[in-house]
Design a protein around this ligand. Structure first.
Ligand code: GDG
Length: 729
C-alpha cells in the first residue's frame, strides 16, 4: 500500500519566528488534535500551511521544510496576503457564515474567490510534486473544496477522500453561493465524501441532484465513468487520552487548585473558540435569566467561561469579543457581590491539563452552539468524567447531538428552554447522571478518533477497489481495439443502437433531443458502408424517428418494439397485432399523476402511455413514479400490459413486445458475423439479453446490466462509432 497523504489548511505543527529563532509548536483545533495522535502510526505525510508568512520564512524555508519533514509534515508556503484573502475573506467570511446558516454575515467577493482558487492550486502543485502511484489522498475541510477536482485532472487515477468538518447546509442556503457549481464539482471529484451526520450528507446529495443534475443511489453518485460515494463518519475523540489524563496527578493538582478557588460552589463550564456560531451571547443571556429566576443559587455557583481567541483579524470576531466582554461585565455587575463573581471569564487558550481539570470539576457542561459541524468539547467533557458524574447540556443543532441522545438537549434560540435545561441539570440525581454518562461514554470509547479515521480510510479503499472494478468494465483501449478490428474484418455487420441517452444526452423535454449533425453523418456513413446494417431501436414514436432519420438508409424500431421499419421500406409494420383499447382505462390514471406532479406530462404513443417526469423535482417525481407503478401493477395484470420504468419515465405498453424481440428479427434473419448493441436504460436490457453469443454489448452509464461493457456517456459512443470507420495502417 502507498502512503497516506493528509491535506489540511493547517499543519498539526505551527511555526513561529521569535527574536530571530524558529519555534515549532502543536497547532490548536479539533482536527489537529484528533488526527495528530493517529497519523504517526500510518505511513503518512501531512501536507498543509505551517502558519508562518512566506515572506518571513523565505530565508528559513529549507530549515522549516527539513524540520517538518522529520515530523512527517510537508509545508505549503503561503504569504500572509494570500492567507488574508483566501482564509480570512473567502473561508471565514463567505463559506463559514453561509454553511453555518448565517447568510446575513456572508460576503461575496470575486477577488476572495480567486484567492481561494489560487490557494487550492498551490496545494495541488505541492501534492503533485510528492504524489506517487498507490498513495491515498485525504483532503480535509472547507478550505480545500476545489482540491479534489484539481488533483484528479493532474494525476493518473488517484484515490481521493474528502471530509467536511463543518455542516453542509440545506440547498436553500447553499444555492445562494455564486460559486456553488464549482464547489460541488470540486468535491465530487473525490472517490469518497464524508460528513459528520446524515443531515449534512442528505443536503449535499440534494444540492448535487438539484444543481448538477446527478442522481444518487444508496449514497453513490455515478457520473461519467466513475462514481462518488457519500457516507457518514461522526468524528470521535482520542478517548483514552482524556480518560487517563482525568486521573493523572497533574490534573489532580489542577482540580485541587480549582476546588480551592471555587470551594463548594457548583460549576457550569463552557469552552469555545471565539465565534458567533457558538451561541456565547445567548448562553450568557440565559445564565442571567437563570439567576433572576433562581435566587437560591446566588453565591452558590460559578460559570466558567473559556473563550479561545480566533480569527481576530476579521471585524465580526473583534466585535463579538467586545460584546462578550460587555455582557460578562454587566452580568457580574448585576448579580455579583464583594464575595462572589458569578462568571469567571478566560480569554485565552488553556493548557491541556487545565482543560481536563475544568472538565472534571464542572457539574454542568453548557455546550450550546447555534450551529456546529460536530463539537468535540462535548465529547471530551464526557470522556473526562471518569468519576461517573456531570451533566452535558447540548444544543440540538450541534452534529454531536445526533450521537449523544442522553444529553439534555436544547433549542438555543429558546431562552426558556436553556434556563429550564440548567434547572434540570442541577436537579438531576447522581444515579441518573451516572446512567446517562455511561451510555454515552461506551459509545465514544468504541468509536474514537482512531476508529473514525480507520472507518473512513477502509471505506475509501473499498470505494477505490469498486472504482477499479468499474474501470475494468469500461471498454478500455485493448477491448476497443479488438472491437474495431472485429468490425473491420467482419463480412456482415449489424449495429443495434438505442437513441436517447445513447447517441444524444437527455434533455428536459424529449422534443429537444434533436440529433446533432455529427450523429446524422455517422449513422449515414456507417449505414452506407458495405455489408453493414444499422438499426435504431428506440422507445420513441414513429413520427420523430421518421422526421429525423427517414432519409437515412437504416432500419428502425419505434415504441420499444411495437413498430418496425426495415431498411429501404416505405412503411412501418406492426410487430404483431395489438390493440390499444386499454388506453381509455389507463389514461385517466396517468393524467391524475401528471396533474399532481409539476413539471411532468403524459406522452401518448400508438400503443403505449408514458409518464415523463425529467423536469419535475426529482424527489417528488421519483415518489410519484413509485406510486404510479404500484397503482398500475394492480390494474395491468388483467389487461395483458407491462409497466416499464426507464430513465425518469414510467411507461405502460402491451406485454410481450420489447426491444429484444424486435432486435431478434434482424439478427435471426441476416447472417451476421459482427453484432454490436449499445443502449443506456432498462428497456435496452431486453436487447442485451436477446443477443447471440459472441455479440458485443455496451451499456452507456453504470449500474447492473447484462451488457459486457460500459461507456461513460453518449459522447464516448460517438467517438467509438467514429473509430469503427477509421482504418488503421
Ligand atoms: C471543526 C468544526 C468539529 C479548545 N479550547 C482549548 C482547547 N480546545 C480544543 C478542544 C477541542 C477543539 O479545540 C475544538 O473542537 P471543536 O469541535 O469546536 O472543533 P473546531 O476545530 O473548532 O472545528 C467542529 C471539528 O472541526 C471536528 O470535526 O467538531 O464542529 O467546526 O479538541 O479540546 N484545547 C486546549 N486549550 C483550550 O483552551 N488545550
Amino acid at each position: 500500500m502507498g502512503r497516506l497523504l493528509i491535506v489540511s489548511n493547517r499543519l498539526p505543527v505551527t511555526v513561529h519566528k521569535r527574536r530571530g529563532h524558529l519555534h515549532f509548536e502543536p497547532s490548536a483545533g479539533g482536527l489537529a488534535t484528533g488526527l495528530s495522535s493517529l497519523y504517526k502510526s500510518y505511513n503518512a505525510l501531512w501536507i498543509g500551511w505551517p502558519g508562518i508568512d512566506r515572506k518571513n520564512s523565505s530565508a528559513d524555508r529549507d530549515e522549516i521544510r527539513e524540520k517538518l519533514l522529520a515530523q512527517n509534515c510537508l509545508p505549503v508556503f503561503l504569504s500572509q496576503r494570500e492567507v488574508d484573502e483566501y482564509y480570512n475573506k473567502f473561508c471565514s467570511a463567505t463559506i463559514w457564515p453561509l454553511f453555518h446558516y448565517f447568510p446575513q454575515y456572508a460576503s461575496y467577493s470575486e477577488s476572495a474567490w480567486k484567492a481561494y482558487e489560487h490557494a487550492n492550486q498551490t496545494f495541488c502543485d505541492a501534492i503533485v510534486e510528492v504524489w506517487q502511484q498507490g498513495d491515498i489522498i485525504w483532503v480535509q475541510d472547507f478550505q480545500l473544496m476545489l482540491l479534489p477536482r484539481m488533483l484528479r485532472s493532474r494525476l493518473q487515477d488517484p484515490t481521493i477522500g474528502f471530509f467536511l468538518h463543518i455542516p453542509f447546509p440545506s440547498i436553500e442556503m447553499f444555492r445562494m453561493l455564486p460559486w456553488r457549481t464549482e464547489i460541488l464539482e470540486g468535491i465530487m471529484a473525490s472517490d469518497l465524501v464524508g460528513f459528520h451526520t446524515w443531515d449534512y450528507a442528505g443536503h449535499f446529495l440534494a444540492s448535487v441532484r438539484f444543481l448538477l443534475g446527478h442522481e444518487s443511489w444508496m449514497g453513490r453518485i455515478p457520473v461519467g465513468d466513475r462514481s462518488t460515494r457519500v457516507d457518514v463518519f461522526p468524528m470521535g475523540i482520542d478517548y483514552s487520552r482524556f480518560a487517563s489524563a482525568a486521573n493523572s496527578p497533574e490534573v489532580e493538582k489542577e482540580v485541587d487548585k480549582l476546588n480551592e478557588s471555587f470551594r463548594e460552589r457548583r460549576t457550569i463550564l463552557s469552552v469555545d473558540r471565539l465565534d458567533y456560531t457558538k451561541g456565547i451571547l445567548q448562553r450568557l443571556d440565559a445564565f442571567d435569566l437563570f439567576l433572576d429566576r433562581n435566587p437560591q443559587y446566588r453565591e452558590k455557583l460559578k460559570f466558567v467561561l473559556v473563550v479561545v481567541p480566533s480569527r481576530t483579524m476579521v471585524a465580526r470576531y473583534a466585535l463579538l469579543k467586545k460584546q462578550i466582554d460587555e455582557l460578562v461585565g454587566a452580568i457580574n455587575g448585576k448579580h455579583g457581590s464583594l464575595r462572589w463573581t458569578p462568571i469567571t471569564y478566560t480569554y485565552r487558550s488553556v493548557p491541556f491539563e487545565s482543560l481536563v481539570a475544568l472538565y472534571r470539576r464542572a457539574d454542568v457542561a453548557l455546550v450550546t452552539p447555534l450551529r456546529d459541524g460536530m463539537n468535540l468539547v462535548a465529547k471530551e467533557y464526557l470522556a473526562s468524567r471518569t468519576d461517573g458524574r456531570g451533566v452535558l447540556i447540548l444544543s440540538e443543532t450541534a452534529g454531536a447531538a445526533k450521537e449523544l441522545g442522553e444529553a439534555v438537549t436544547v433549542n438555543v434560540n429558546n431562552e426558556e428552554d436553556l434556563v429550564a435545561s440548567l434547572e434540570t441539570a442541577f436537579a438531576m440525581t447522581d444515579a441518573e447522571q451516572g446512567e446517562r454518562l455511561r451510555v454515552m461514554q461506551r459509545r465514544l470509547r468504541r468509536y474514537d478518533v482512531r476508529r473514525w479515521a480507520e472507518d473512513f480510510l477502509n471505506t475509501l479503499q473499498e470505494t477505490a477497489s469498486a472504482q477499479e472494478e468499474l474501470r475494468t468494465r469500461v471498454l478500455g483501449a485493448q477491448a476497443r481495439r479488438k472491437l474495431v478490428k472485429d468490425y473491420q474484418q467482419a463480412q456482415r455487420r449489424l449495429l443495434l443502437l438505442d437513441y436517447d441517452g445513447t447517441l444524444v444526452p437527455f434533455f428536459s423535454r424529449p422534443s429537444k433531443a434533436v440529433p446533432t449533425q455529427e450523429v446524422l453523418e455517422l449513422l449515414s456513413t456507417l449505414s452506407n458502408s458495405e455489408n453493414t446494417d444499422v438499426v435504431l431501436i428506440s422507445g420513441r414514436e414513429r413520427t420523430s424517428l421518421n422526421g429525423w432519420f427517414g432519409e437515412l438508409h437504416i432500419g428502425m424500431v419505434a415504441e420499444h418494439g411495437v413498430w418496425l421499419k426495415p431498411k429501404g421500406a416505405d412503411d412501418w409494420e406492426m410487430f404483431e397485432s395489438l390493440n390499444a383499447e386499454w388506453k381509455e382505462e389507463v389514461r385517466p390514471i396517468f393524467e391524475l399523476y401528471a396533474d399532481r406532479t409539476p413539471g411532468s406530462f403524459v406522452e401518448e404513443k400508438d400503443f403505449s402511455l408514458a409518464f415523463q417526469y425529467r423536469r419535475s423535482d426529482s424527489r417528488l417525481g421519483d415518489l410519484r413514479a413509485r406510486e404510479l407503478v404500484l397503482h398500475l401493477e394492480a390494474l395491468t395484470t388483467n389487461l395483458n400490459l407491462q409497466v416499464l420504468e426507464g430513465s425518469k419515465v414510467v411507461e405502460v405498453k402491451n406485454s410481450g413486445v420489447n426491444k429484444g424481440r424486435a432486435a431478434q428479427r434482424w439478427f435471426s434473419e441476416g447472417n451476421y458475423d459482427f453484432i454490436l448493441a449499445i443502449g443506456d436504460d432498462w428497456t435496452d436490457e431486453d436487447t442485451f439479453r436477446a443477443l447471440p453469443d459472441g455479440a458485443w454489448s455496451i451499456k452507456v452509464g453504470f449500474g447492473t446490466t447484462a451488457a459486457h461493457y460500459n461507456l461513460g456517456s453518449p459522447g464516448k459512443v460517438t467517438t467509438l462509432l467514429r473509430d469503427l470507420l477509421t482504418v488503421e495502417d
